[in-house]
Write a protein that binds this ligand. Structure first.
Ligand code: SF4
Ligand code: SF4
Length: 136
């Protein structure tokens, strides 16, 4: 999912969402195993993170490469509670404002609701520790 508003921030944010220091991206359970796309840009740094994985990127991905769901929904990360309440976290280093993310937020929620029907994913997302996010 491309965010239109990213274009006007690129000079300023310098693709900060794809740079790594102590942060990482998470791969949902079975996500890497089920893709047929190229994954060579990814370096797995934890092969079993509560049943998913942690990864960093060695180079930028292209349109033809595998783009993890974590990246698809960035700057958001979504959590669902036991009661079905969805909480949005937002990456602190992304300069996009709430009003620039209205459509993206809806897309993220729709995709997340489909994924979270999978019990394995529901359990997994409850155990994560994410770096660099705040509650929106
Ligand atoms: S997979 Fe692509 S979008 Fe995700 S962090 Fe790596 S380079 Fe960035
Ligand atoms: S999502 Fe945020 S940090 Fe990433 S390219 Fe867009 S504006 Fe920059």
């Amino acid at each position: 999912m491309k965010i239109k508003a990213c274009e006007k921030h690129l000079g300023m944010c310098n693709y900060t969402c794809c740079s790594f220091q102590d942060n990482y991206i998470v791969l949902y359970p079975d996500e890497l195993e089920t893709t047929r796309l190229n994954t060579e840009h990814l370096k797995i740094i934890d092969d079993n993170y509560h049943g998913g994985k942690k990864a960093i990127c060695l180079k930028p991905c292209t349109e033809k490469d595998f783009k993890p769901f974590d990246c698809e929904i960035y700057p958001y990360f979504l959590h669902m509670s036991e009661t079905g309440e969805v909480k949005f976290l937002k990456g602190k280093k992304c300069p996009l404002k709430k009003k620039e993310l209205i459509h993206h937020k809806k897309d993220c929620l729709n995709k997340f609701k489909k994924l979270i029907k999978n019990q394995k994913i529901f359990e997994w997302q409850r155990n994560l520790e994410l770096i660099g996010y705040e509650i929106e």
